[in-house]
Design a protein around this ligand. Structure first.
Ligand code: GLC
Length: 438
């Protein structure tokens, strides 16, 4: 439902812009983009800090164009963008005073500043991803994810590491990020793994002083939306690389959630990985998410020079063409909430926004589609891609199928008549205008 012009702004929960947005862009960029073989390359290949620093020596993202990224997001129908300020490898993309392992030292650019300015200029919300993990910091203890875990002296080395100092560093970085760039809308912390594995202790919320860090985040940026990966509950939950099969709940209560998804299985640029999702699959994933009251945060990994690959740009553009015509089945839409029973017909995904119901047709049947529970509740129907009317009827339950006429439908069923030719869009959508009180 659109809340424009409503006078309840003061009472709106601070996550409302987030859930209304429904679709955002994730951007993973860092030193791993140069290695071009997954953002976990440092630990996959057990690289030492000194060895991995070779990427900082040659870091020159001459094609990192925040304006282009922000425009690509906007054109794709996305409403917010989240950038990796620092990933697990510890390299900061901003001009940090907490350490010189950062983009400013490496190439004289504050990529976070460029990003924030460009994203705001497009009228989009600004999000920071920040890694709690840091494989570069000398005080961050070795654990089962750490690149040094197979070093014979790793356990002994942990004795001299001081997580208090690391925590202070982490909080100082977050303070810097949240006090230097104006209002920040979203913080995506990543991540907590409290389990024990191979004789190594994971990292607990206490390792980040999670309660303090969350309080600090909210104090410095009142109104900011924060995810759950500090290991303590915050504003939303974050299923990763899978689609939940129903609206997400915690302790039986519905929660705000956001699925984060890649284009090819890797977050960072991964040159030789061609496991790409098609625009058509991505649109289906988007509407599937919205139909379950979730958000989709879709990732791109710019390459070693900071450029969006041609392929990713084409994918975003294709999604954008679909969104230009169908955005109103996504933005501010959510799960169907009618009075009375409703069942999305097989092969369809349904969303609702106020008095409109949207049927996304994943398959294109011949002639008719029968929708149980909608008879008497729809005052108009049209294809959303071109606004062409879709005729509606109710076939009496007792009608016998004749040579040229379909037989009866269960009471309460609305029958829609489809054109033979499927509209040439990734997923065709029928927009149903509901009767008041439906
Ligand atoms: C993970 C991974 C990471 C990625 C992130 C995105 O937890 O460690 O590489 O940045 O999820 O959600």
């Amino acid at each position: 439902m659109s809340h424009q012009g409503s006078n309840d702004a003061g009472r709106r929960p601070h996550t409302e812009w987030f859930t209304e947005s429904r679709f955002g862009l994730f951007v993973h960029f860092g030193l791993y983009s140069l290695a071009a073989r997954h953002e976990w390359v440092m630990t996959h290949e057990r690289r030492s800090v000194e060895d991995y620093e070779c990427y900082a020596d040659v870091f020159d993202p001459d094609l990192f164009d925040a304006g282009r990224i922000a425009r690509a997001a906007k054109d794709a129908g996305m409403r917010y963008v989240v950038l990796t300020t620092k990933h697990h490898d510890g390299f900061a993309l901003w001009r940090s005073t907490t350490s010189d392992y950062n983009a400013w030292t490496a190439c004289g650019r504050d990529l976070v500043a460029e990003f924030v300015e460009a994203v705001r200029a497009e009228g989009l919300r600004v999000g920071f991803y920040h890694s709690l993990i840091d494989w570069h910091h000398p005080d961050f203890t070795v654990d089962f994810h750490h690149p040094r875990r197979d070093n014979p002296d790793a356990r002994a080395a942990n004795e001299t590491k001081n997580m208090d100092r690391y925590r202070a560093y982490l909080h100082a970085q977050v303070t810097e990020l949240l006090t230097t760039y104006g209002p920040i809308d979203y913080l995506f912390y990543d991540f907590t793994y409290a389990e024990e594995r191979d004789g190594w202790q994971g990292k607990h919320p206490a390792d980040w002083a999670a309660d303090d860090l969350l309080a600090l985040t909210r104090r410095l940026q009142p109104g900011i939306v924060v995810n759950d990966r500090l290991g303590i509950p915050a504003d939303l939950v974050t299923p990763e690389q899978y689609q939940p099969d129903a609206p997400m709940r915690v302790d039986g209560e519905p929660v705000v959630w956001e699925a984060c998804q890649t284009l090819n299985g890797s977050w960072g640029y991964d040159r030789d990985n061609t496991d790409y999702k098609t625009p058509d699959l991505l649109v289906r994933m988007l509407v599937d998410t919205v139909a379950k009251d979730g958000n989709l945060l879709l990732n791109i990994g710019p390459d070693g020079r900071g450029a969006i690959s041609d392929r990713d740009e084409r994918t975003l553009a294709a999604i954008g063409r679909w969104m230009r015509l169908h955005g109103r089945s996504v933005h501010a839409a959510g799960a169907v909430a009618l009075h009375g029973p409703f069942e999305a017909p097989p092969g369809t995904v349904a969303t609702q926004r106020g008095d409109r119901l949207y049927l996304h047709l994943l398959a294109w049947p011949f002639g008719h589609i029968h929708v149980k529970g909608l008879a008497g509740k729809v005052r108009y129907a049209q294809l959303l891609n071109d606004g062409s009317e879709i005729r509606r009827t109710q076939i009496p339950p007792d009608r016998v199928a004749l040579t040229t006429e379909p037989g009866g439908q269960p009471p309460g069923t609305l029958t829609l008549t489809l054109p033979t030719v499927r509209p040439d869009v990734e997923v065709p959508v029928i927009e149903l205008f509901l009767e008041p009180g439906a």
